[in-house]
Design a protein around this ligand. Structure first.
Ligand code: GLA
Ligand code: ZN
Length: 672
């Protein structure tokens, strides 16, 4: 179900930069209508105009703009201004500025440069939020709250240190429990009292893994708490609209899943490096991020920002080639987005983003290539309107867990040169996407019972109870694929004793005994045994990490063919309860994942929309109670001849044709 009954098409709009030019503001509205824009995100970074001096508020300009937008049927997502503060505020309350891990306080400048703990900052944010909520929270044009902007970073000020200690006290209760959880006897780092604990620092403690991990968790919790405080202020002001934060691509600083109780709709800002690398490759990478965001709440999400042409912050600013903006926008929708939004509507005239792409550029008129493409996106969304709010059903999932990644990447050994975690997740993702499957990308706290196959690559840290969840999933008929370097440590990064993968050795019918790190350029290979499950002549290259396992009940399917562990298993299968447990021992090449994913999907009867999807063609489905919508997109440089059973479908968008042009999209429909 969609929160809105129409696709939102719009984006960040900063009229506060143009208040001295009313004629420009009028033109903006005219052009928005021309471009089929029905939404703007207002007020991001507008604090110094909304409150030019302490407790002197000026909302009139915003009121006029919201009214004008309303008269023209353009909806508003209203931002709280907390992502950047006015100079007077930083001057008046020094504590609002952020302290870096070297314990040095920043000067005023930039954005996001604030302490999430500071009572003064929270008070000032609260005051303005309550007022904004009272004034605009029930305006018919306003449809959501956009809380702050791209929350990120951390602060090491005394107030944050105190909050961290309280967080630890709450978690561990006694200092002995903390010492044990962090193994502080190592190098004599034992604490006598919570008051001695400090956040990790470049000039102090940096190698106490339990501390590092808890600090990262604290930063997430403190940021969630900040958002919660913003939300409470909005509720206090009398507005009950959906709350949204805009998340970022592969951002490692916050565990986004923890925002599930304060945020109503997941959204993210998408800025891929289009054209710098192969477009088809970038498309799959972007697709995985869409799926990660959608999987947070397992509901439609919003594409909150994207660039209409070139960003200005990449090393080289490449223009989006004709057709790419449309294809990438529809790709977001194919993966479950109910919006296409841009940064930004009108290009700023000065300062650090003056050359960032925008719907309306400095030329200021609509007869531009970009404006025309934006207009086309608006009308395309209208054509596929009935898809808005529909669901994505995935029968396969990959666990991609940030907390485990934090611990694994901090761990020191077995390969400090790079563990290739995200790349490994991506290889599985690609293997599944080549089959046209919708894929959920979830974390280890989420439920897995609804899936036919769950892939768990490199889950170094098993959170409390994960092994029971995995065990009962397999017992009841699930198919679980686990890989090397999994189930190694517990929630506080203490190594499990008694064998790994922890708690699942009987499920997989093996024990991992040792793991070999391979240098760059070193390889081993997986070759078939007599238990082969597919083409016996294939040899798969592996690198980086090679796990040596001792088998109890598992069947070896592939074995290593080099080094002292030649003949040891590198891929195994074990039946357990009503299900199957597969174990991958090494970092295999893409082709292995392509073949293995295809084998498992067939063997376990996972339904696919089409077989034989040509390379570089992306297939997605969204569905309602009665209908299935099928998106087919070609991200290749060239047109492609497909051979798909299109006769069974009616066409909703594009042309039903076996020949699909480069960057072309077709949307089909069938009854369920
Ligand atoms: C982010 C921010 C925007 C803008 C864009 C530029 O997504 O949220 O304010 O800076 O990047 O790409
Ligand atoms: Zn702080």
């Amino acid at each position: 179900m969609s929160t809105y009954n129409t696709f939102l098409h719009g984006g960040d709009y900063n009229p506060e930069q143009w208040l001295h030019s009313p004629e420009i503001l009028e033109k903006d509205i005219e052009y928005m209508k021309m471009a089929n824009i029905n939404e703007v995100t207002l007020g991001v970074f507008a604090w110094s105009v909304l409150e030019p001096e302490d407790e002197v508020y000026n909302f009139d300009w915003m009121e006029q703009i919201i009214n004008r937008l309303h008269e023209n049927n353009i909806k508003v997502m209203l931002a709280t201004p907390s992502a950047a503060r006015p100079k007077w505020l930083a001057d008046k309350y020094e504590e609002v500025l952020r302290v870096e891990s070297n314990r040095q306080r920043n000067l005023f400048g930039g954005r996001h440069n604030h302490c999430y703990t500071s009572p003064q900052y929270r008070r000032k944010v609260r005051d303005i939020n309550v007022r904004l909520s009272k004034k605009f929270g029930n305006h018919p044009a306003v449809i959501a709250w956009h809380i702050s902007n791209e929350l990120s970073g951390e602060c090491h000020c005394p107030l944050c240190q105190e909050a961290f200690r309280n967080w630890l006290k709450d978690k561990y209760k006694t200092i002995d429990a903390l010492n044990e959880a962090w193994a502080t006897t190592f190098w004599s780092h034992v604490y006598n009292d919570f008051s001695q604990v400090e956040s990790p620092s470049t000039i102090g403690e940096s190698g106490l893994h339990g501390l590092n991990l808890d600090w990262k968790r604290f930063v997430t919790d403190q940021t969630v708490d900040f958002v919660k405080a913003e939300k409470e202020a909005i509720l206090e002001g009398g507005s009950n609209l959906p709350m949204i934060i805009n998340m970022m691509y592969d951002y490692g600083g916050l565990n986004y899943f923890k925002f599930k109780d304060v945020v109503d709709i997941a959204s993210w800002d998408s800025y891929p490096r289009w054209h710098k690398e192969d477009v088809a490759e970038i498309a799959v990478d972007t697709a995985m991020q869409h799926d990660f965001i959608r999987s947070l709440f397992k509901k439609p999400f919003l594409l909150m920002e994207s660039c209409p042409s070139a960003t200005n912050w990449q090393s080289v600013s490449k223009l989006k080639r004709p057709g790419l903006l449309l294809a990438s926008s529809l790709q977001a929708v194919a993966h479950g987005s109910d919006s296409v939004q841009y940064f930004q509507i009108r290009q700023s005239r000065g300062s650090s983003e003056k050359f960032h792409g925008a719907v309306i550029d400095h030329y200021g008129k609509p007869d531009t290539r970009v404006f025309k493409e934006v207009t086309e996106i608006g009308s395309s969304l209208q054509q596929i309107e009935e898809i808005c709010g529909s669901n994505t059903v995935s029968k396969v999932a990959i666990i991609f867990d940030l907390e485990s990644r934090w611990a694994m990447e901090d761990a020191q050994g077995p390969r400090n040169k790079g563990l290739y975690y995200r790349e490994t997740v991506m290889k599985i993702y690609k293997g599944l996407r080549k089959l046209g499957l919708n894929v959920d990308v979830i974390n280890s706290e989420q439920s897995i019972n609804e899936y036919d196959i769950v892939y768990v690559p490199m889950l170094y840290m098993f959170r409390d109870g994960f092994e029971q969840k995995a065990r009962s999933y397999v017992e009841q008929g699930g198919n679980l694929v686990l890989s090397y370097w999994s189930g190694i440590v517990n929630e506080t990064d203490l190594c499990y004793l008694g064998g790994t993968p922890y708690g699942l050795m009987d499920v997989f019918g093996l024990r991992s005994t040792e793991i070999d790190g391979l240098d760059d350029g070193e390889y081993n290979h997986g070759v078939s045994t007599e238990n082969t499950i597919w083409n016996p002549s294939k040899i798969y290259t592996c690198e980086h990490l090679c796990d040596l396992v001792h088998i109890t009940t598992a069947t070896p399917i592939l074995v290593y063919n080099e080094d002292f562990y030649k003949g040891y298993p590198v891929l195994t299968a074990n039946s357990f309860g009503k299900g199957n447990a597969y174990y991958i021992c090494a970092d295999f090449e893409q082709e292995f994942y392509d073949d293995f994913c295809e084998y498992l999907v067939k063997k376990h009867n996972v339904p696919v929309e089409f077989s034989n999807i040509p390379k570089g063609i992306q297939v997605n489905t969204r569905e309602t109670e009665d209908d299935v919508y099928v998106f087919i997109q070609n991200f290749n440089k060239e047109a492609v001849e497909m051979n798909l059973p299109l006769d069974n479908y009616s066409v909703l968008y594009g042309e039903k044709n076996q020949r699909i042009g480069s960057l072309e999209t077709i949307v089909l429909k069938r009854k369920k």
